[in-house]
Design a protein around this ligand. Sequence first.
Ligand code: PMP
Length: 429
Amino acid sequence: MTTSAQLFERACRRIPGGVNSPVRAFKGMDRSPVFMERAQGAYLFDVEGKRYIDYVGSWGPMITGHADPDVLGAVRERLDDGLSFGTPTAIETDMADLICEMIPSMDMVRMVNSGTEATMSAVRLARGYTGRDKIVKFEGNYHGHTDSLLVKAGSGAVTHGEPSSPGVPASLAEHTITLSYNDPDAVEACFEEIGDQIACIIVEPVAGNMNCIPPQPDFLETLRRVCDRHESVLIFDEVMTGFRVAMGGAQAHYGVTPDLTCLGKIVGGGMPVGAFGGRRSIMENISPLGPIYQAGTLAGNPLAMAAGIALLNKVREPGFHDALSQRAATLCEGLQTRADAAGIDMITQQAGGMFGIFFTGQSRVDNFAQATACDGDAFRRFFSAMLDQGIYLAPSAFEAGFMSSAHAPEDIQATLDAAETVFASMNQA
Ligand code: PMP
């Protein structure tokens, strides 16, 4: 049998860090990554045959569990027709109709191949539309690895200690203004000073890349207000929250309507897909209708559209998000009870089907400074011991956890039983 350790050693010879996306490397977790062979429902199975209850869900897309038969069936059905044509196909409009129906603020939508492309294109569109260069983002929010947005970013960028990456020209980064999340006063002050130079605000309406941090009351509303006042474009990056926090995304859950929305993850059902869209008057400026350029050889790929449509049709079922949210709440409440009983300083935060586990004595975590002040060593020990117990959590204290509808009550109970054992062991250490 080939072990994960052997595969990792081999991978490291040809792939930087042995991985094709940095957080997969388990950096800072004092162990090497587990190589997976297959996945089914709530479970991952590694190359050594060990089963894990998975709370990463491929970082979000697998909201109905892995290898969903409806999603696989939709792909299988189209497979023999060919993989890509580079021409328009009817299924792209089926997808566009579905997205715009589920997210009413989106009049028009363009498909791309990743979340990174979605945010990159939305920011370019906002700049082209307003004729302004400056953009506002929030510390610890991650919007993919496009240059303008890789400034004080979250996710792997912070895990790997490089929230502002070398390679991003200072002359570009200087147009990115970074403010503290959940601080409406800072936003007001910034717009008071230079609002008329700001093309857009881009925000994760629930932050999921510095663990899970929901917006405080009036934060998103303030963003809407200042953008209206200064004719700036409000972009919600719903790559993570879209179709997860609620059917219509965080904008439906919190009742704040952006001008543009970025999507990814669930919209592709596990295939490489992103999308951006919003108000018709803005979207009509994209080429070939307008002068702002954006394109993609494989964009709107028919197999990817088939997978995404099949998954979106499942999450549209009445009651889907209530049930998902309830499962996440059961997990969070169960973890809290057990941590309290063991005398471990830990809190959880949740928004719909996403959640976060923070090792802190604080009662809430609202921003990047508070997230990075949590006990990283306690997280590392918790993560590693849970992995040994067959529970697969994100290998970083700066990532959200993802619940799926395939997590049965017994899976959640098994997770809580494992956590009880782990909390007890952490106390002894
Ligand atoms: N925006 C958000 C909010 C994300 O969480 C991510 C990825 N986790 C991205 C953008 C980038 O998406 P991708 O990795 O598909 O490029």
